[in-house]
Design a protein around this ligand. Structure first.
Ligand code: NAG
Ligand code: NAG
Ligand code: NAG
Ligand code: NAG
Ligand code: NAG
Ligand code: NAG
Length: 457
């Protein structure tokens, strides 16, 4: 659909349809613009700070934020992923639709620098989108951001990407309006949109050496509410302009510490991503699944789920990606709760209720789908059934309790951090990924979940 629409009508549509976020492309995405491995001999790491860090929020305010931002993000992903033949928003292979910005734009911030001299910028890490993007001066319109707006005029290494560049090649076209060559028109959902152009400059990521000629979007006409806490986005998706693809790394990984702790996580690229996995004999890996209808996203296949003694009575394909690109489960850095397709969620709920020694809470907990009344002694002594995800290939992920239970989001209850997602996409959120090194191996097309204390790196 998108390729048939002119850009203004696309923009118009997107501004109206909140939470949808789209850009058009008429060709199949290419995997990588630059050859793998050329830019990154040693790998590097960057600390990740949670967006709630430093804000004086009560636990219930934090939980409300997770629910609210997750809701927007799920809506956006669902709009993108719904491949209903009767709908005009049907996605087709090769049309890539980006992940949401604005409300629900992401949960982890990382620092990088752009330009020479290097200017620090804090950006949101996003496994659900592809572009590296920030606001640039002079702005026709810019939204507020935590670090100063990048000024290309003050960087000696800044270059507008010429229309003849491979990044602007219409064959490789991914994020640009082809008629304007590298005049980029990139539209984000929620209540935000941005237009600008593609440029390149020298970036430093965490402890990396300066990396030259990193392509990024310079947004100069940015409307809406902006990002929650970032001055831009670094997309880690599968598309050719994501950081991962531009660096040509085969591996990246991240480790997110307990949400309750105010400690940083870490994201690793290249040679550092493996951390100590090569020294471990157990197999913590499952194949990554590609969805031709959503080429940016990282899918996994959970074939079965066990709660305590109960293997959920759901068929093997309940959480599978189907041939129309619907369903399946994505890994997402920008969603905190885990969203399970309704059929699976209700089976899970029944299994929990039958094995918990507590009464189901009668008080409605908006945004959470299963809560139990706690005794006066709180969580102490409460026994929670084990939750095991059985992945394609035979890997069983036994989740720590804190990865699926929120103790006292509100006084006197405990709730699952797993909720029902409706009838399509499922999302394995950040909370379920706590204290696991999540290693994406793009060479082998696997992802591994290796138990670790993520505040120890
Ligand atoms: C889809 O678009 C066609 C042509 O523009 C229109 O006739 C049809 O009603 C639309 N269908 C839906 C479900 O909006
Ligand atoms: C983008 O296009 C406009 C007109 O279409 C032109 O004036 C401007 O110089 C172009 N910008 C870049 C960065 O190519
Ligand atoms: C977390 O990372 C931020 C940004 O890099 C840094 O300012 C802060 O000191 C770090 N916090 C801890 C506890 O290491
Ligand atoms: C569950 O509810 C019943 C009826 O209200 C009550 O008698 C019982 O004490 C509750 N059990 C627990 C563990 O709270
Ligand atoms: C581990 O499991 C993955 C996914 O099933 C498989 O591709 C890989 O070959 C296995 N690795 C080893 C060392 O057995
Ligand atoms: C290495 O991996 C194991 C998980 O099997 C973990 O317990 C340990 O903390 C890791 N060590 C480091 C230094 O990452």
């Amino acid at each position: 659909m998108a390729s048939l629409l002119s850009l203004p009508s696309l923009l118009f549509l997107l501004v109206i349809i909140t939470s949808l976020l789209v850009h058009s492309s008429s060709t199949r995405p290419h995997r990588s613009v630059k050859p793998r491995g050329t830019m990154l001999p040693g790998g590097f790491r960057i600390p990740l700070t949670h967006v709630d860090h430093g804000r004086k929020l009560t636990k219930s305010q934090r939980v409300q934020g997770w629910i609210q931002r997750g809701k927007y993000r799920l809506e956006a992903f669902n709009l993108m992923a719904t491949n209903d033949p009767g709908s005009n928003t049907t996605s087709v292979p090769g049309i890539n639709i980006q992940a949401p910005v604005c409300a629900g734009n992401g949960e982890y911030i990382m620092e990088l620098t752009i330009g020479s001299p290097a200017v620090p910028v804090s950006v949101i890490m996003d496994t659900g989108s592809d572009l590296i993007w920030t606001q640039c001066m002079p702005c026709t319109q810019c939204f507020q951001q935590p670090t100063p707006i990048f000024n290309p005029a003050q960087s000696s290494t800044f270059q507008i990407i010429p229309h003849t560049s491979a990044m602007c090649d219409c064959e490789n076209k991914y994020v640009f309006n082809c008629n304007n060559g590298c005049n980029d028109s990139y539209v984000y959902g929620g209540q935000s949109s941005t237009q600008g152009y593609m440029a390149e400059d020298t970036f430093i990521f965490g402890d990396s050496a300066p990396i030259n000629n990193v392509g990024f979007g310079c947004g100069v006409d940015n409307q809406g509410l902006g990002l929650t806490r970032g001055s831009g986005i670094v997309g880690l998706g599968r598309g050719p302009f994501s950081l991962v693809s531009q660096l040509g790394v085969d591996q990246f990984s991240y480790c997110l510490p307990s949400m309750g702790d105010d400690t940083n996580g870490t994201v690793f690229f290249g040679a550092q991503a493996n951390v100590n996995y090569s020294t471990i004999s157990a197999n913590y890996s499952t194949p990554l699944i590609q969805n031709p209808y959503q080429p940016s996203l990282y899918y996994v296949y959970v074939q079965a789920i066990t709660v305590g003694r109960i293997l959920l009575p759901i068929s093997k394909d309940t959480l599978a990606l189907n041939s129309h690109g619907n369903g399946g489960m994505i890994l997402d850095s920008g969603t905190t709760l885990t969203y399970l397709r309704a059929k699976a969620f209700y089976a899970l709920k029944t299994a929990f209720i039958s094995q918990m020694q507590l009464n189901v809470s009668e008080t409605p907990q908006p945004g959470l789908d299963l809560c139990f009344d706690l005794p006066a002694t709180g969580m102490t002594g409460v026994v929670v059934p084990k939750l095991v995800l059985h992945f394609l290939g035979g890997f069983h992920l036994v989740l720590p309790t804190e990865n699926y239970v929120i103790s006292e989001p509100w006084n006197g209850v405990m709730c699952l951090s797993i909720v029902a997602s409706g009838n399509s996409l499922s999302i394995l959120g950040n909370m379920a990924q706590q204290n696991l090194l999540v290693l994406y191996d793009l060479g082998k097309e696997t992802v591994s979940f290796i138990p670790n204390q993520c505040d120890q790196f």
